[in-house]
Design a protein around this ligand. Structure first.
Ligand SMILES: [Zn+2]
Ligand SMILES: [Zn+2]
Ligand SMILES: [Zn+2]
Ligand SMILES: [Zn+2]
Length: 289
């Protein structure tokens, strides 16, 4: 047995070195992403992914020889036989999946990090929820509140001149979870509107266990909204564009503000609660503990 074979066998015996080995042989030498079938190779055996193949104008990026149409079936076969841990295993995912399913799983894995929910500008920070809560508080100076009811004022001078605006995010902490309250001005068709909505800092399946209501009014009129918070997996723009929240026509918003059109002064009250059946189940477990 030569040295290389020995090395390989040793690699296969320990799971973490197998993983490293697999990552290396399936890494496209051009883009460094994992290669999925069809995997290509040149006459000299240099491999590359199908995306890169379309970009390199039929020249092998490694040896500059003509590439041709050679599939690397051996590598594709090896890929088929592999079971690999999810790349989010350091975050707690225990999923082991075949090579081809791994990518699909990782795109939807519940342990994949969340994007920062801050809405004022694009923020590229990602992480788990406790990390993002600290990040929102320390880096974005976001208002943090405890409790499941709230009463929030949104003020803006010269509202008629503003068609697009994002107000400072507010974070509420209740039921051991975090919720983001958003308030935005935008054009809905031809009409300027304001919109308030809540996002849940967690996954969609957990978001469905909560409900919230929002209320705004004045001078004998009242608008209310009741819904399920959306997960921060959905961008605030996506939620806004689906109108999944309390939408207030500007005319009505100015009427609620006192009607002088010079200042927007809205008081939005709201409440978050747990879905009824789950709440009673939670109460029982609280009694038991
Ligand atoms: Zn590539
Ligand atoms: Zn080559
Ligand atoms: Zn996973
Ligand atoms: Zn951020």
């Amino acid at each position: 047995m030569n040295k290389m074979e020995e090395d390989r066998i040793e690699c296969v015996t320990s799971s973490s070195s197998t993983e490293r080995f697999v990552v290396e042989i399936f890494e496209c030498p051009v883009c460094a992403h994992a290669m999925y079938p069809p995997i290509h190779q040149c006459h000299n055996g240099h491999t590359l992914c199908s995306e890169c193949k379309t970009r390199v104008h039929n020249r092998c990026p490694t040896c500059r020889q003509e590439l041709g149409e050679i599939r690397c079936l051996a590598l594709e076969k090896v890929a088929e036989s592999l079971d690999l841990p999810c790349k989010y295993s350091p975050y707690g995912c225990l999923e082991i999946s075949p090579y081809y399913i791994k990518l699909k799983h990782e795109a939807l894995c519940n342990f994949r990090p969340f994007s920062c929910p801050y809405a004022g500008y694009e923020c590229s920070v990602v992480g788990d929820i406790p990390f993002l809560v600290t990040h929102l508080r320390d880096d974005h100076k976001v208002d943090m509140h405890s409790g499941s009811t709230f009463n929030h004022r949104y003020v803006k001078a010269n509202p008629l001149e503003v068609d697009n605006a994002t107000w400072m995010l507010t974070v509420f902490h209740c039921f051991g979870q975090y919720f983001c309250l958003h308030f935005e001005a935008f054009q809905l068709g031809m009409a300027p509107v304001y919109m308030a909505f809540l996002r849940f800092m967690g996954d969609e399946t957990d978001a469905r266990r909560y409900n919230y209501s929002l209320e705004v009014g004045g001078y004998g009129r009242k608008l209310t909204w009741e819904g399920t918070p959306r997960s921060i997996r959905d961008s605030h723009r996506k939620v806004r564009d689906s109108h999944d929240g309390l939408v207030i026509q500007r005319k009505l918003a100015l009427f609620f503000s006192g009607g002088d059109k010079k200042e927007l002064k809205l008081r939005i009250t709201g409440r978050i609660w747990k879905e009824q059946n789950l709440e009673s189940a939670a109460c029982i477990s609280n009694l038991c503990s």
